[in-house]
Ligand binder design. Structure first.
Ligand code: AMP
Length: 546
């Protein structure tokens, strides 16, 4: 058997897939390429490499060792990018702490991940003040700040980030180690129970980077990320490594812009000033940008944006295309590193509505992703664009379980496939379309209704800004759908008008007749999760008696 194994010459180098190797090419190819942080900082890739070394020296100096866990609590910043590299390159684990969880949940994640050190932005000090008496594992804190003023806090720091970097050597010899070493960990914001920790190795992050690089780098035109692009994330870096794109952007050697705390006007101004051409965000953030007065006057005709984390509504996609934005869907989850599919289109000369439909599909699996849409018994459903089942996947970059949680890990991986909990259909061209989360599916009299499809249809009405559809218990039908609708500014519409709008789709046979049971409630806002997605669990609880 072993005859087929690659034999290694004594002196041959067995190249490990380590995060440090993502820096090989870009720093040498174009050392003058820029990394920008708001209007506060601008440095080159050559300096970035030195800053990563300085950070590694500073962390080592305060006691960070291979195997330790280092948490970061920051907005999207150049500092965070440096931590994406320096911490795992030391052999330590980077815990990208979700700062939008409640203090008690943050405490839980610090404790559960066994954080040894925390780098904390001064704005999040009040959270740590609240829980510090109960943090057991942490040996030291590093202060992250944009200004110079000493913050008022009882926390003691090993030092301030920039001062520590200034004092450190700009060279560090990063050792080789096993590519299966854990590099990152973070917690799913799970709508039920306690947050669950997922984790990724160097090998997984390198392969994810290469997989995404290939997927984004190879299309002829649409949905392409290339060396002349300028990248800015608008997804928090704690949310699945900002979808892994900072690693992709750095490996590609593009100019990168980090926006700090998200505010629509800052984001739009940065896009204009720094000539940003490539971003990614959840629909809620794009909705915020689109609703801002600056949106109309900002030229976005060179901007490409992947929308993921939740379904891209067709109305939003169309508005984006009309503005000249190359807007398309990406899909994945915390457990999957995250990217599994992208909705890049190869079809030419499409009518706008057909193009919108394709861009709003969940997309096609990228290289190396084995994606199946299956019944309970793991049998695939027909690829007819109608039959629905659960998406299960295999790929080189999926979390191998939940941290210290055997029971849920086995459940996640039952039958040898990672179960996404997403319900979808797929067509012959391999386009997948998610119709719901299993937990959010609405079942009316035995009929499955897609809440995402209903939301899409509601959003297509000119007065609807946002919509969320949930199922509520019903004695007769099992469940009935309730739509929560936020009207667009300065528009008026009645429940009757919206129901008529929906009925027209029932009459055309586009949606099932059970939808006549739909009720509509107008609300000021719709509850969101910590990463800005519609929080259906909270909505079901809040509106259970509606
Ligand atoms: P999270 O782990 O917080 O990133 O959430 C992952 C979940 O978000 C997935 O399991 C999907 O239910 C949902 N999701 C992500 N991307 C999409 C998408 N493009 N379309 C529909 N749902 C999505």
């Amino acid at each position: 058997m072993a005859d087929n194994l690659i034999q290694r010459t004594m002196s041959a180098y067995a190249y490990p897939l380590l995060i440090k190797n993502l820096l090989q090419a870009p720093v040498i190819d174009d050392p003058q390429q820029q990394i920008v942080y708001r209007d506060q900082m601008r440095f080159t890739y050559a300096e970035f490499r030195q800053r990563v070394c300085r950070l590694a020296n500073a962390l080592t100096e305060i006691g960070v060792k291979p195997g330790d866990t280092v948490a970061v609590m920051d907005y999207d910043s150049h500092r965070y990018l440096e931590c994406f590299y320096a911490v795992p390159m030391l052999g330590a684990v980077l815990h990208t702490a979700n700062v939008r969880l409640s203090p008690e949940q943050i405490l839980y994640t610090i404790d559960h991940a066994e954080d040894d050190y925390i780098l904390v932005n001064e704005e999040f000090l009040p959270i740590l003040e609240q829980i510090k008496g109960r943090i057991d594992t942490v040996k030291g804190y590093i202060l992250l700040q944009d200004g110079q003023q000493q913050p008022e806090t009882s926390l003691r720091f090993e030092g301030e980030y920039e001062a520590l970097l200034d004092a450190a050597e700009d060279h560090f010899e990063f050792a080789d180690f096993d590519e299966h070493t854990r590099a990152t960990t973070f917690y799913t914001t799970g709508t039920t129970g306690l947050p669950k920790g997922v984790y990724f190795s160097h090998r997984q992050l390198v392969l994810h980077t290469l997989g995404v690089l290939a997927a984004l780098g190879t299309p002829a035109e649409q949905g392409r990320f290339h060396q002349q692009d300028v990248y800015m994330p608008i997804t928090p870096m704690f949310h699945v490594h900002a979808w892994g794109v900072p690693y992709v952007a750095t490996a590609l050697g593009v100019k990168q812009v980090y926006p700090g705390k998200y505010a629509p006007d800052t984001l739009l101004k940065l896009i204009a000033k720094e000539k940003v051409t490539f971003s990614h965000c959840v629909p809620t953030i794009l909705h915020l940008l689109m609703s801002h007065p600056l949106f109309a006057e900002t030229d976005l005709s060179n901007w490409k944006v992947i929308i993921g984390g939740a379904a891209l509504p067709q109305a939003m996609c169309k508005a984006g295309l009309e503005k000249g934005i190359d807007i398309f869907t990406g899909y994945g989850m915390s457990e999957t590193c995250p990217i599994l599919t992208l909705a890049q289109i190869t079809e030419k000369d499409l009518e706008i509505d057909d193009e919108v439909e394709l861009r709003c599909k969940t997309g096609r699996p990228i290289a190396l992703v084995e994606l199946r849409v299956v019944e309970e018994n793991l049998e695939e459903v027909p690829r007819d664009g109608e039959s629905v089942g659960e998406i299960v996947v295999r790929a080189p970059w999926l979390t191998q379980g939940y941290l210290k949680d055997q029971r849920n890990s086995e459940q996640l991986w039952r039958g040898g496939y990672l179960h996404t909990g997403d319900v979808a259909h797929r067509n012959k061209q391999n386009y997948v379309k998610i119709t719901d989360r299993i937990k959010d599916v609405i079942k009316i009299g035995g009929e499955w209704i897609s809440s995402l499809e209903l939301e899409d249809l509601l959003c297509a009405h000119s007065t609807v800004g946002e919509a969320a559809v949930i199922g509520l218990p019903d004695d007769k039908w099992g469940e009935r759908p309730l739509a929560l609708v936020v009207k667009k500014n300065n528009t008026e519409v009645s429940e009757k008008e919206l129901l008529q709008h929906i009925r027209s789709f029932i009459d055309k046979g586009i949606i099932s007749k059970e939808v006549v049971l739909l009720k509509i409630q107008f609300v000021e806002s719709i509850d969101k999760t910590s990463v800005g997605k519609i929080n259906k669990k909270a909505l079901r609880e809040k509106y259970q008696n509606s």
